[in-house]
Design a binder for this molecule. Structure first.
Ligand code: C2E
Ligand code: MG
Ligand code: MG
Ligand code: MG
Length: 291
């Protein structure tokens, strides 16, 4: 009797729980299990150097395999950030990517610079520096082939410790990229306070760069500003030849986007590195996530 009453109270509570909160609680639990059960996996999107016309590196992008579905980080990173689970995820990604790069190098393959997205929240704990240093030593990686990407908007909200952690990792010769640049309202002068090596122009500017004169001039201004600060510029979300043409003419250093390649599985990247070119149509269509 008492037991049944307890159960119905629990159910009642669940019913009254706000949908959003409930969904978040469920997702958080599932995400914790995903980390433990190794359902997270990395894809890698090739980056093109416009000067040499060659592959110059990859951006590691996280995927969550849930049964048949591959869930985009857009769906779960915000929740991971709210619940604090992001720190565990960022460490998982660091481990996974370092292990992958070690594997490629052991095969004699050269992936160029490999970029890892890291939440500004992970830069709030000083322990992240020794963690990264230890993993790097364990995998015998030269630090200057690893680049850490942090988004402009999140960084703005978490200034204090982040700045310290960033300089310490920079002192270890890792590189820094400011992601989604142009969306976070940061003053350009503010860039100088951080040890950035690269600036990534947000896709929203690139999308209509050929038809929107304002975005075209903002993009040109960002590129020339980065030049004068001696920061390399990469454009993200480049999908067509017209965008590429604009960026070449504007003096952009590198591009990334579906036009060059979608994110690929580690195996497809390996084939690319071995054959020095994109994987054939068979491999590309066997890749379930063309995002
Ligand atoms: P981001 O770092 O700005 O990554 C670029 C996103 O744009 C990726 O989405 C990529 O698949 C997508 N993309 C690339 N080229 C094109 C294109 O030409 N057109 C279009 N429409 N999209 C393109 P994805 O993989 O879903 O990642 C979304 C965001 O989630 C990332 O944005 C990043 O902020 C975050 N994220 C991804 N992986 C990780 C990770 O390992 N750790 C953390 N903390 N965040 C991650
Ligand atoms: Mg990124
Ligand atoms: Mg970005
Ligand atoms: Mg983006």
């Amino acid at each position: 009797q008492a037991k049944a009453l307890g159960k119905s109270q629990v159910r009642c509570f669940a019913l009254h729980m706000n949908d959003r909160v409930q969904r978040r609680v469920e997702l958080e639990g599932a995400l914790r299990r995903a980390i433990a059960q190794d359902e997270l996996t990395m894809h890698y999107q090739p980056q093109l150097d416009l000067q040499s016309g060659r592959l110059c590196g990859f951006e590691a992008l996280l995927r969550w395999r849930r049964g048949e579905r591959l869930i985009s980080p857009l769906e779960f990173i915000p929740i991971a950030e709210e619940t604090g689970l992001i720190r565990e995820i960022d460490r998982y990604v660091i481990r996974a990517v370092f292990r992958q790069v070690e594997e490629w190098r052991a095969e004699g393959l050269d992936p160029g610079e490999v970029a890892i997205n890291i939440s500004a929240l992970s830069l709030q704990e000083a322990g992240i520096v020794s963690y990264i240093a230890a993993e790097m030593t364990r995998r015998r990686l030269p630090p200057d082939i690893i680049k850490l990407e942090v988004t402009e908007s999140l960084l703005m909200k978490n200034v204090d410790t982040a700045q310290q952690v960033m300089s310490e990792l920079k002192a270890l010769h890792l590189k820094w990229s400011i992601d989604d640049f142009g969306t976070g309202y940061s003053a350009l002068s503010y860039l100088r306070r951080y040890p950035f090596d690269q600036l990534k122009i947000d896709k929203s500017f690139i999308d209509d760069v050929n038809v929107n004169p304002e975005n075209a001039s903002v993009t040109r201004a960002i590129i020339s500003m980065a030049r004068s600060l001696r920061i390399a510029v990469i454009a993200e979300g480049v999908e067509n030849n017209e965008q590429l043409g604009f960026l070449v003419e504007a003096g952009c250093d590198q591009i990334q986007g579906y036009f060059y390649s979608p994110p690929l599985t580690a195996e497809a990247c390996r084939q690319w590195l071995i054959h020095r070119g994109p994987p054939g149509p068979d491999e590309a269509s066997a890749n379930p996530a063309r995002r």
